[in-house]
Design a protein around this ligand. Sequence first.
Ligand SMILES: [Zn+2]
Length: 367
Amino acid sequence: MLTALLSASELALFQHHYPDTRQQFLAAANKAPRLLYCDAHELPVCAPDGSALFTDCAWIGSDGAKKVLVVISGTHGVEGFTGSAIQADFLQQLASKHWQLADDTAVLLIHGLNAWGMAWLRRCEQTGVDLNRNFIDFEKPLPLNPGYSVLRDALMQSDKHARTETLKEFATQHSQTELEVAISGGQYEDPNGPFFGGTGPTFARSVIESLINEHLLGEKRLAVIDLHTGLGPYGYGEIICDHQPESHGARTAQHWYGDSVTLPFAGTSSSVPKLGLLDYAWHAIMKDESCFVTLEFGTYSVESLFNAILLDHQVHASADFTWSDQATRDAKKIMLSHFYPADDQWREMVLLRARQVIRLALEGLQK
Ligand SMILES: [Zn+2]
């Protein structure tokens, strides 16, 4: 008889509603050995039903630990259901003593960095900002993305066929990579549009910066894993390293995670180089033998990704947007199906790969 790779209770970690993910995270954190504290950062905005939203942080191990594994979920809201399942599973591995932390190592779990996006089934946060484009120096002139300016009107038009034709034409004239950079590389001109980096630091950015300062994370050896979904081959967990090729960070990632590490700046990743990534805030404080990676679980095509996000932005940009509208519900269904496939096989691949990558990170910190 064949047994499933994961039990029903492990698969049940994949929740569908933000309050359930939070409850599950806090319950699992409180069972973890050596939990030092759980801390809640309340967002200045609410869920569609008016309930409060939080980014929760759990610190496990000594505050004075020299090495810290940081695992982040929900940077892109709707992608956080998967990240939350991975964090809960990790906490269960610790509670069941399958895994034990070395004495000099602590774990910081950041749950629901963009809890608003989880509750509203969006990728951006409450002001329309993609957190993963928000980490730029706002003292300097805002970066330009000329490709986005060219495509902007086409992106927001509701006629999918006409939009697809315009994008195809752009890709033929330039290249598929240039098309993806134009759309998703980051833009700082259009608050209603996709992949908008904002005009100033977001609430979530201030949470990250305060955690870095509060825990003196710049003085630790760090392994940071930011959990995402929606880009790349179905079910595959790509270890995307946005450190510059040949940098200490890239070399550390390759040393720890092996040949499956991909580098957008070397053109070897499903992801193209991007402006304002959350990574860059961590790169700036990292010691040599540390690294930040994005663990990105693929779902469907890039075309499906853009269609889901563009429809969501169109719905929210509409003057008569309401949460209960049929158009809103249709758009949210498409968002969920792209970013969170309701498929046990996909979830098995996700959880097993996540365990592997987290284990490699913990082992890497000991190298
Ligand atoms: Zn993402």
